[in-house]
Write a protein that binds this ligand. Structure first.
Ligand SMILES: *Cc1c(COP(=O)(O)O)cnc(C)c1O
Length: 233
């Protein structure tokens, strides 16, 4: 399948998922989660109309962002080390993976230095998994408030990577938990958090049904990564 056909297929899938959730078509943005996808391959998707790309590693972005920047929005979706923040702020429009006040302060400091505003999301560990990044749901409120008070940051939403489950319906309660968390934080704080970054190739339908505004699609768009089984939707 060509990049154009793949994209078209995903646009239709998202439209269908929106329709069956009773949501506006176009209320969910398709992100290409492009870790390990070489720039030449990515270029085909960008030329076919993909405008939002997510990368997990600053090292990879360093190579890809400069050659694929026209008309493309780059978001950082991986675990962010403090010593990579300065470069991340230069490369990315939005960082989905803020999981502590100190990391937020570092991003803010570097954003101020760079003279730009960086959009950030709080990464939430909805299932309390020891191996995962993200803060527990009850810490989201104080963290979002703290980030909101930092210069050159704009807190725009919540992100989560729930446990990998065979049956995507089993992921749905985690997405619901993230949506609920957003609602509670918004009503307690008055902050507006428009974005819910959740759902991947395997479980995007469930994420859309629970209110995702950005779905992060890797294998379904670009094919299987090295070291992964075929996980096409
Ligand atoms: C790799 C990755 C994705 C995409 O996963 P697929 O199952 O390949 O669609 C989404 N989000 C994050 C944070 C990722 O690391």
């Amino acid at each position: 399948m060509t990049a154009w056909e793949r994209l078209e297929e995903w646009r239709e899938r998202l439209e269908e998922a929106c329709a069956s959730a009773g949501r506006e078509p176009g209320s969910v943005r398709l992100m290409g989660a492009c870790k390990k996808v070489p720039p030449e391959r990515l270029r085909e998707f960008v030329e076919a109309g993909l405008t939002l790309l997510g990368e997990n590693r600053v090292q990879e972005a360093r190579v890809k962002v400069p050659v694929l920047s026209g008309g493309v929005e780059w978001h950082f979706i991986g675990g962010l080390q403090r010593n990579k923040v300065k470069e991340a702020v230069r490369l990315f429009d939005c960082i989905h993976s803020i999981d502590g006040v100190e990391l937020g302060e570092e991003v803010s400091k570097r954003a101020v230095e760079a003279g730009r505003v960086v959009r950030v999301m709080v990464e939430v560990n909805v299932a309390g998994e020891a191996s995962k990044h993200g803060v527990p749901p009850d810490v989201v409120e104080p963290l979002a408030l703290a980030l909101n008070g930092m210069p050159s940051l704009e807190v725009v939403g919540l992100m989560s990577v729930p446990p990998a489950v065979e049956d995507p319906e089993k992921a749905r309660p985690y997405f619901a938990r993230l949506r609920e968390c957003k609602k509670v934080v918004e009503s307690n704080t008055g902050l507006v958090l428009p974005e819910l970054s959740m759902g991947m190739t395997h479980d995007f339908r469930q994420a859309v049904a629970e209110g995702a505004t950005i779905v992060r699609i890797g294998t379904g768009l670009f094919g299987a990564r090295e070291g992964h089984g075929a996980a096409d939707a």
